[in-house]
Design a protein around this ligand. Structure first.
Ligand code: FAD
Length: 246
């Protein structure tokens, strides 16, 4: 089976991200970058699919030279081949999707895995755009996947429940937390990944359809609300629906 996994290189969740002076982008100084956490689930599912059906797993990332770190990590985890679509220019999600879909077309992929979302810009768009550009089906937020022959049965997480859907290969799957338990790179994998080549290509450019106007950090102001003894039901409702603590 020909399997592609798309990965992003994103700021570490522990990093305090600031807005640049232009007020439109992330200030990249002192930012620690990591493999996008949702993409670990995508890589794991890609490897499990290969282990079941045989074939090859190709990781693709579009971005600057630093994306090689996450591509190298994917190789250490077990991916067979890594491709960097090298670009630093301003891009919106659809322009990223068009460039990546052009590369995917070269590989005749049966299944393409994405994370549910990228933790940098929270777009949740790429997998869906790419399925459309390739004219294939997409199932998002997948927490369980069963592939038999060409049939693909997915359990999706939805508000307060789960939905089971069926599609067929070729398709795009976006991985939600819980889909699997991502494996760590082994020492042997890390050593082997150092000698593996990361193929570099220059992706095409496309017109931008969405422009960032401004970016701001949330205010540090804490919301306060005082409840009376007889408002326990309302308190529980707010903790559940707004604060989402349970
Ligand atoms: C070179 C470059 C320049 C950019 N410039 C700007 C800018 O100036 N202003 C701005 O606001 N945004 C910029 N972005 C961000 C861009 O607009 C998208 O937000 C970003 O590429 C991810 O799309 P998304 O947020 O829709 O991802 P999501 O749809 O949330 O990501 C879902 C999944 O798609 C995959 N994925 C995401 N990004 C990539 C990637 N780069 N390569 C491979 N797979 C990926 C991963 O599997 C991820 O889990 C830039 C991105 C790139 C790569």
């Amino acid at each position: 089976m020909k399997i592609v996994v798309c990965i992003n290189h994103t700021p570490d969740t522990e990093t305090k991200v600031n807005v640049s002076q232009d007020g439109k982008s992330i200030d990249k100084t002192n930012v620690n970058w990591i493999l996008n956490p949702y993409d670990e689930f995508a890589i794991e599912e890609a490897l499990k699919t290969k282990e079941k059906f045989g074939g090859e797993v190709i990781a693709i990332s579009l971005g600057n030279e630093s994306h090689k770190e996450s591509l190298r990590k994917s190789l250490a985890i077990g991916v067979d081949k890594a491709i960097l679509l090298k670009d630093e220019s301003e891009r919106d999600s659809i322009s990223v999707a068009k460039a990546i879909s052009e590369e995917i077309k070269n590989h005749n992929a049966d299944i393409i895995f994405f994370g549910k979302q990228s933790i940098d810009y929270y777009g949740e768009q790429l997998g869906i755009y790419i399925a459309e550009l390739l004219s294939i089906s997409v199932v998002s937020n997948v927490v369980k996947l069963e592939i038999t022959d060409k049939k693909v049965v997915c359990e999706r997480e939805i508000e307060g429940g789960k939905e089971v859907v069926e599609t067929s290969i070729p398709c795009v799957i976006t991985a939600q937390k819980g889909l699997n338990e991502p494996r760590y790179p082994s020492l042997k994998g890390i050593m082997a990944s150092k000698s593996k080549q990361i193929e570099e290509k220059i992706p095409n450019k496309f017109d931008l359809l969405v422009e960032t106007i401004s970016m701001t950090k949330p205010s540090n102001e804490r919301k306060r609300k005082i409840f009376e003894e007889n408002q326990v039901t309302e308190l529980v409702k707010i903790l559940h629906e707004e604060a989402k603590v349970f």
